[in-house]
Design a protein. Structure first.
Length: 129
């Protein structure tokens, strides 16, 4: 169970991290790309923040999460600069892909509420099985 303090710190990190990532994407001039910080969890000892990101288009999600992980120290420093008056110590950041929307889509397909997804060649995608 998360304490109020953990939730407050997670919210601060989530908001600032989202602003930083969106700002960097805009500054780089990248089009048709969206990164959303969907959830952040902070460990009870406040040394680690698990950050879940949703990336559009989904085809670039794995390589984008890998890039975030590779640059975690630089990102941590950027967030720490913004929260330095609110936090004594900035937690380390671990990035994970939030595949909740994919999961919901597969459930809808399995229940027959939605036609199966098609891959780029127009064939049915059998990932749901």
């Amino acid at each position: 169970m998360e304490t109020k303090r953990q939730k407050r710190i997670a919210k601060i990190i989530q908001q600032d991290l989202a602003e930083i990532l969106q700002g960097e994407i805009r500054r780089a001039g990248v089009k048709n790309f969206l990164v959303s910080v969907t959830k952040t969890y902070v460990t009870p000892d406040l040394t680690l923040a698990r950050v879940y990101v949703s990336i559009f288009p989904p085809e670039k999600a794995d390589e984008s999460v890998a890039a975030l992980r590779q640059n975690a120290k630089l990102i941590k420093h950027a967030v720490a600069q913004r929260v330095r008056h609110q936090l004594r110590k900035m937690p380390d950041l671990e990035f994970y892909r939030d595949d909740t929307l994919d999961y919901i889509e597969r459930i809808d397909e399995a229940l027959g509420n939605k036609p199966p997804r098609k891959n780029e060649s127009g064939e049915k995608n059998d990932e749901a099985s």
